[in-house]
Design a binder for this molecule. Structure first.
Ligand code: MLT
Ligand code: ZN
Length: 497
């Protein structure tokens, strides 16, 4: 590979059905003013957490009442900031006595409304519970409080010579408790799996105010139902995650990033097959040229190579030996020869790798300015070309005037379909229009045996579509489980189902 051909962007250039009753989506912005907090409850909360740790000012209610969705208005009654598990327990018990709904709150980077408090709920924010409690080099695990920021956890692991592999663009502000409550996915799932794979133990407070210590850091523990896995992905509806014990991995050796320009979507699958059979892939992502165009218009980045192509694949692979890069380049030649790949670029150092990653990771933030209607859907990897064709046909029929941006995590079958709001359309009309087409997208997902929420969770936004992925019996069982963990229904009511 020619060392002279590095682009100014900073990277080397290789030579080249079953359905139950559907609720109507509750999608229009709800204009509510926050309900004032009952002064007796306020005093009791203050007695639990201390002065200054119950917030009722307008800015805090606004800030803590929303996640990154743009559909609802914040209207919590107050925000409480406990400092330890026993305080969480006392708050939950008080809320139970007073019939006060609680919205557990982490970094509020969610995209499905799971952390939205729009109906006078008490927001219980874990911000103050943000410490690493223990590290064990033999077990290669750490125990931390739920409010620690994901990136701080990753950095802590790195300081110990280890690696916490769950990663995504919002790692700088999301909290580990929220990651666990939503079973966060991200960019490394093809190699490392979702958050679930890394949780060895949880300390939670149930809706009944009991403290449960689940699995206690064990690798092997076949003693009946594993409640830890019920809590993971439960979106704050079963218990409040206060502490977690997490497994850590050895760090991948010298990861390199390759961005390939491809002619069409099926070619991406050929590239995936070629590379995943020969290299240890940490990530295999894709984005459309429109996604790239938006990122380049808003971020100080350059295109990966001169020629624009309809789609791009971004691969990260581990360089366990110096020969790995040669293998990657030889595969590139094969892909070009087969007509799947039109151009490509490979990182030569970590700065270049970071810049290439930004082309993919900055998409979400860039699009957020256009208030996109987001779909986070998955099918089996092998089904993706047929599925994307079917959704593309539907989108071009039903959204002829809207910009449709595709990107996602090809390696694990997860597609992000973002419909951008035209400037002249009100958010209400736009959301209404998108939600009617969403039912058709959900029907397609169902016909492919896919999921209406691959990684963002159901929250409020995807609630109307849950029954396209989960059966009536499953949903009824979920409700029964909820009533066991949270008999008064005070934990994140109205979310999930
Ligand atoms: C991503 O893959 O970039 C995240 O899931 C966020 C998003 O879908 O916008
Ligand atoms: Zn994603």
């Amino acid at each position: 590979m020619p060392s002279a051909a590095y682009t100014s962007g900073g990277a080397g250039h290789p030579h080249k059905t079953h359905q139950i009753s559907k609720q109507l989506p509750e999608l229009l912005i709800q204009l509510q003013s926050p309900k004032p907090m009952d002064s007796k409850i306020l005093q009791q909360l203050q007695a639990i957490v201390g002065e200054g740790r119950v917030l009722t000012d307008a800015d805090s209610l606004q800030n803590y009442g929303l996640d990154r969705t743009t559909v609802w208005s914040a209207a919590p009654c107050a925000v409480v900031l406990p400092g330890k598990t026993e305080e969480v327990q006392a708050i939950v018990r008080l809320a139970g006595r007073e019939n006060l709904a609680i919205v557990p709150s982490g970094g509020r980077t969610g995209l499905s409304g799971g952390a939205v408090a729009k109906s006078g709920e008490l927001v219980l924010a874990l911000d103050r519970m943000n410490k690493v409690i223990d590290f064990n080099a033999v077990d290669r695990s750490l125990t931390c409080e739920a409010g620690i920021i994901t990136q701080q956890l990753q950095e802590y692991a790195e300081e110990q010579g280890l690696f916490y592999p769950v990663d995504f663009a919002s790692a700088g502000s999301s909290q580990i408790g929220g990651n666990i409550a939503t079973n966060a996915g991200g960019i490394n799932v093809i190699r490392y799996g979702m958050t679930r794979e890394w949780v060895l133990g949880l300390k939670v407070v149930t809706g009944n105010g009991e403290i449960l210590e689940l699995n206690r850091g064990l690798i092997k523990n076949n003693t009946g139902y594993d409640f830890r896995h019920l809590l993971i992905g439960s979106e704050g509806t079963l218990g409040i995650i206060c502490e977690a014990t997490l497994r850590l991995a050895p760090p991948p050796k010298d990861p390199a990033v390759l961005v390939l320009g491809v002619s069409d979507f099926p070619a991406i699958m050929d590239v995936l097959k070629t590379y995943s059979g020969a290299l240890t892939l940490n990530a295999f992502e894709f984005f459309s040229d429109l996604a790239l165009e938006k990122v380049l218009a808003h971020q100080p980045l350059t295109a990966p190579f001169e020629q624009r192509t309809p789609y791009y694949a971004l691969l990260e692979f581990e360089q366990t030996t110096p020969e790995v890069l040669d293998t990657a380049m030889a595969l590139f030649e094969d892909c070009v020869e087969a007509g799947w790949v039109l151009d490509g670029v490979v990182s030569q150092n970590q700065t270049q790798a970071k810049n290439l990653w930004r082309l993919r990771e900055d998409i979400s933030e860039t699009l957020s300015f256009s208030k996109p209607y987001k779909n986070d859907i998955s099918v089996q990897v092998s089904q993706m070309p047929d599925f994307i064709r079917a959704v593309d046909d539907l989108a071009s029929q039903r959204y002829p005037d809207f910009e449709v941006v595709w990107y996602g995590h090809i390696g694990d079958g997860n597609l992000h379909l973002n419909i951008l709001k035209p400037d002249e359309l009100s958010i209400e009309d736009f959301t209404q229009e998108c939600s009617s087409v969403s039912t058709e997208v959900a029907e397609l997902v169902q016909s492919f045996n896919g999921s209406v929420s691959a990684e963002h969770g159901i929250g409020l936004l995807k609630k109307p579509y849950l029954s396209y992925t989960r059966s009536e019996t499953e949903i009824a069982l979920m409700q029964q489980i909820k009533s066991l963990f949270d008999p008064k229904g005070i934990l994140n009511p109205g979310k999930l189902f």
